[in-house]
Design a protein around this ligand. Structure first.
Ligand code: RI2
Length: 306
């Protein structure tokens, strides 16, 4: 697929999930590098930067998208001088992008394994939205016979919870779909909350699907541990330098048809920030850390942008 098609897929959310959008962007850049026809290295570099900018404009919150692009285009951010040919650059970008994709795949396996060890035998767990990383943990724990039931929130407005319950039901994992406002009603029955992340700030704040912070607050009050499953490419280097995470505001039509509510203002922020004090652990492919240790991964991708 072309960069345009992938960018359109990410904007419209036919490609979604923080890791998937990063992988789709990295894959699109690799493909673009493979297909590039010109023979001028500087023009090639500018072309790749332009493609990356197009992908970056799609969704603002998940830092995984920026980090996936940074990892793939690392060769052009490095000291290339005038020495590179198109072929050198093409090879370097393909290698960097494929390494990012391979690492992302392996990361999920490690997160599943590490995270599953933190789930107690006979657990009932709650999840929010549709996170591949969180579901990998839950599915691995189920395989180990530790999970009795999963409660999944609907996750308004886009209802990613429907994807979650269908996926779990296909795997024959007992699952209950609840509306977002029923979280506190059920929270005392939970042994853990397991969610993903779109971005983790250098202070350990977790930016995830809107509603996550309310769930974490309820869990904290009920003494239910909150486990966040996230690859290290979801840690934000920009926040180390004071950047604030932009919370995406999506189309109001995702909430209601505004025409049916004349005179009513509607807001549709699709992420929120959970302070580190409401997160027990972050499960990464490089180990389980306290949210207060987030800074150790935040610097890794650098802050270069095309
Ligand atoms: P994985 C999703 O964002 C959700 O907020 C989910 O929790 C997060 O990305 C992480 O997902 P959206 O694309 O990377 O649905 O773990 O807005 O799959």
């Amino acid at each position: 697929m072309t960069v345009e098609a992938i960018a359109e897929g990410i904007s419209s959310m036919s490609i979604r999930g923080a890791a998937r959008i990063a992988e789709a962007a990295a894959g699109a850049l690799v493909q673009e590098a493979k297909n590039y026809k010109g023979d001028n290295a500087l023009e090639f570099e500018e072309h790749m930067r332009k493609c990356a900018r197009k992908l970056l404009q799609t969704r603002p919150t998940a830092v995984s998208l920026k980090n996936g692009i940074r990892a793939t285009l690392k060769p052009i951010f490095g000291p290339m001088g005038g020495e590179w040919t198109v072929e050198d650059l093409r090879k370097a970008i393909i290698e960097a992008g494929e390494a990012f994709l391979e690492n992302a795949k392996r990361a999920l396996e490690s997160i599943a394994e590490y995270g599953s060890k933190r789930i107690k035998q006979g657990s009932v767990v709650m999840t929010h939205c549709n996170s591949n990383a969180a579901l990998s943990v839950i599915e691995k724990a189920f395989e180990k016979g530790k999970i009795e039931r999963v409660f999944a929130t609907e996750s308004r407005p886009w209802r990613q919870g429907h994807l979650t319950v269908r996926r779990l039901a296909l795997k024959k994992i007992p699952v209950t779909l609840i509306v977002d406002s029923a979280v506190r009603h059920f929270i005392n029955e939970m042994d853990a909350v397991v969610v993903g992340a779109d971005t983790i700030a250098s202070n350990g704040a977790v930016i995830n699907k809107v509603g996550t912070s309310q769930i974490a607050l309820c869990a904290n009050e009920a003494r239910v541990p909150v486990l966040v499953a996230a690859e290290t490419f979801k840690f934000s280097p920009g926040t180390l330098e004071g950047e604030l995470v932009e919370i995406e505001e999506r189309d109001l039509g995702e909430v209601v048809d505004p025409k049916e509510f004349p005179g009513v203002d509607i807001a549709n922020p699709v992420f929120d920030a959970t302070p580190p004090d409401y997160v027990d652990v972050i499960i990464t492919e490089r180990g389980i850390i306290s949210p207060h240790a987030a800074y150790q991964f935040a610097a890794e991708f650098g802050t270069d942008l095309p």
